[in-house]
Design a protein around this ligand. Sequence first.
Ligand SMILES: *[C@@H]1O[C@H](CO)[C@@H](O)[C@H](O)[C@H]1NC(C)=O
Length: 300
Amino acid sequence: MTTARRRHARVAAQPSTAFTSVALAILAFFSSASAELPDPTPAPGPTVAASHSLFSYEEKTLTGPDKWGSLDPDWAICRDGKEQSPIDISKVEAKQDMGPLEHTYNAGACIMQNRGHDFILKWKDGNGKLTVEKKDYVLQQVHWHVPSEHTVNGTRFDMEMHMVHQDSSGARAVISVLFSTKQAGHPSKTLTSMGPYFKRLAGKDNEDEDVKEPVDPSHWVDESSGYYRYEGSLTTPPCTEGVIWTIMSKVKHVTEEQIKLLDGVSEKPEENDRPAQKINDRVVRYYESESAKSGMEKKT
Ligand SMILES: *[C@@H]1O[C@H](CO)[C@@H](O)[C@H](O)[C@H]1NC(C)=O
């Protein structure tokens, strides 16, 4: 995936290597010389030696979310884009003709990787498909954000899972599932079975491990849930637009323990949620499921 490559292979030969090294040197100079980094320990800071990525989630730092668009010419859209993600979902337009989500997944071989800011589970050969407006997108990977990036009427949830799909032309469709420790329900078995991988890869930026058992993501997408749909972007640099977002309206249960494991991705736990972006003239459509209509779906 572009995002992964951008984040971790930047020291390898790429067109922007020269730019990046210069930028890193400048950033390293300024971050040590200025008082802008409140924490004197340089752990997540932009030092040349650190294998951490060039961007961070720390507000008011030189690599924080409001600076992403200036860190690399290829990331300008993070700043200039008019259809960026995430957003706060508040005003929605009912759109029942979108119909229930169409997807088929199966069990497939996976690799779990620590990307520095998050854990990512990748299917080696892609997995199944999601059909949106008659186009098929193959599931490539899922990764987790703590806390959630999308908010609903200002409510932020404890965790958000992104299931990233891609079609043959590289266009993306992402399904997002929101999780809360306060939501009643059973913890995800699959997430529980990932526990040992999260533990072993904790704090190990850019390391990965083959997952022993094939992973089946079918039950991660709840058939009885409605969803919100809008056009947005990747929530990490390069913030590429043209992503079709589907946010499941039914919030799922997650345990404190699972949140803690996901937090262990970096030695110093950091929140990896990009702040809400402007909606501009976009419309969020809402497909209400049958169970939501009959009051089964709990509004949070
Ligand atoms: C947000 O709140 C408003 C006002 O109560 C309501 O009309 C709207 O449907 C809510 N949006 C969502 C996504 O729940």
